[in-house]
Structures are given as C-alpha cells and as structure tokens.
Design a protein around this ligand. Sequence first.
Ligand code: ZN
Length: 221
Amino acid sequence: MEPTLVVFSGGQDSTTCLMQAIAERGRGNVHTVTFAYGQRHALEVDLAEAIAKEQGVASHKTIHVDWYRDITRNALMDGTTPIAWAPGAATPNTFVDGRNALFLLTAAIYAKGLGVRELTIGVSEADYSGYPDCREAFVRSMEQTLRLAMDWPFAILAPLQHLTKAQEWALADRLGCLDYIRTRTLTCYEGIPGDGCGRCPACKLRAAGLDAYLRGKAGRA
Ligand code: ZN
C-alpha cells in the first residue's frame, strides 16, 4: 500500500483522516506530522502526539514554526483576542493567513525526505466557514505547486473535502471510531477536549453535525 503522511492536529477532522488512512493502509503505512505554531492551546500539540502514539503510526513528527505568530495576528494564536466573526468580514478572526499552504509545503518537504509521495489533510469546504485554504481549488493548486517545486510526484488527499460534519461523523461510525473521536479529540477554540465548551463556533459546528448524524441514524433504525 502507498504510504501517506497525515497533517495531524488532534482535532476531529484530522483524526478521522488518520483513522481512515489506518483502516485502508495499515498503521505501518501511516505517518503523522503536527505543527506547533503558537496556537492558543499548547495542549493540542501534546494531544496529537498522544493520539499518534496510541494509534501506533509508523512515525510522528512535531515541527515547530514558532515564528509564525510573530508575522501574523489572529484570535487562534492570540489568547487575549475574543473569537468573533465581524459582520461582513470574509473570514472569522480565527483564520490564520496561509496556514494550510505553509503546513502542506513543510509537510511535503518532510514527506519527500521520508520517501513518501502522498499527503493527507482534513480540510472540508462543505460546512464552509470562510476559510479560503479549505477549498478544493486551493488543494489542487497546491498539489501542482509542490510537484513543480520539488520534482516529486506528490498527491494531496483531502478525503473530507465534500463531507458535511454530519457525514464526517457517519464516516467515523463506519470506521468504528465515533466514540474515540468524540471523547479523545480537541476541536474547541477554548481548548477543552471531547465535547468541548459547547459555546464556541467550532463546538457548535461539531455538536450540530453529531446531532444531525445521530438523529438521522435513530430515524433509520
Ligand atoms: Zn468550544
């Protein structure tokens, strides 16, 4: 099986990607990379490392991009700024300029060193929350750029690209890891794992998706 490198944050999306990659290829063909970029909650990095270890991936790497917060401002990195989406603004203030481009470029450099051609990233545009670097057009363009930049046949897999949060929970359920993802991962902007604070936009999106999936499932039963 083709090995893959999962860009892994320890959140719902990338953990679902990780579990799917393991189910498809076996843990020996799955590598993970986590970025420490000055996010609000350093716990996120530790949690990603712990999940990678629990899942027995072939390798896990944490890459520090400490300088990132020195050159850009957003609520995700600045713990003193309340999370908000200003009326009329193109993106919520948790948007981090260039994040997926930086992560994919850095992951690709690392992957080539490992001899790995495939990168997996958990972006989705279905519950589109205003992040331009979650769009399919960006992902395909980045794939082309990485190939040209390094003369290496990179492929970027974005298995959640067109899944809503409810469909993503359905996928987790099919993979037999719904409860694991529900209790173990961190999506909350306040840094509370599992069901989180229940109030921030990330928690609301996650909870609404889970609720929609579980209601649909109960209706079919
Ligand atoms: Zn929350």
